[in-house]
Design a protein around this ligand. Structure first.
Ligand code: PNS
Length: 160
């Protein structure tokens, strides 16, 4: 059987323990996992794509079948280029589902051979998002236990 390559796409601005929980779960299921960081020229992220990828590389160093890459343009084009068959997305709560369903079905319309697999992060992270982390740090709160220490350091350097 051919190894199954899965793509775990996202903005990762910045990576949180919720993302890492999902990446670890997906890495146990698929032979190879490519964490794909979106470079979106229309959005103004807090961290440039190179730094978002760097933080992810550092955080996923321990998992031998996980690699980090950057993509621009359509996700399905990146998936095809990588010879992958699966897109992994995390569903934290029912509220995520509608948007995720729409994206998955649109991706299927564009590339019917790619399967989207929804996985559930640990429920302890169901309230966690990169945007809340950015806001908390901006307002002087603690994000201990929500993002790795090296991410905290970079957040403080950027936001305080
Ligand atoms: O972490 P996010 O911001 O929820 O991730 C969203 C992401 C990167 C998965 C999505 O915006 C995406 O795939 N963008 C690439 C452009 C694309 O393919 N758009 C059509 C989606 S149906």
């Amino acid at each position: 059987m051919k190894p199954v390559i899965a793509i775990c796409p996202g903005s990762y601005d910045p990576v949180t323990y919720g993302h890492l929980d999902l990446i670890e779960r997906a890495a146990r299921v698929f032979d190879r996992l490519i964490v794909a960081v979106l470079q979106n020229p229309e959005k103004a992220p807090l961290f440039p794509v190179s730094e978002r990828a760097e933080m992810l590389r550092e955080a996923t160093r321990g998992w031998s079948n996980v690699e980090v890459d950057v993509f621009e343009g359509l996700l399905v084009d990146f998936v095809r280029r990588k010879g992958a068959r699966v897109v992994v997305r995390g569903i934290r709560a029912v509220s995520d589902y509608e948007y995720e369903l729409q994206m998955a079905l649109m991706n299927r319309k564009m590339e019917p051979t790619v399967e989207t697999v929804f996985m559930l992060p640990a429920e302890t992270f169901s309230f966690l998002s990169s945007s809340l982390v950015r806001e908390i740090v901006r307002l002087g709160g603690s994000v201990d236990g929500l993002v790795p220490p090296m991410v905290q350091t970079r957040l403080k350097a950027r936001l305080r």
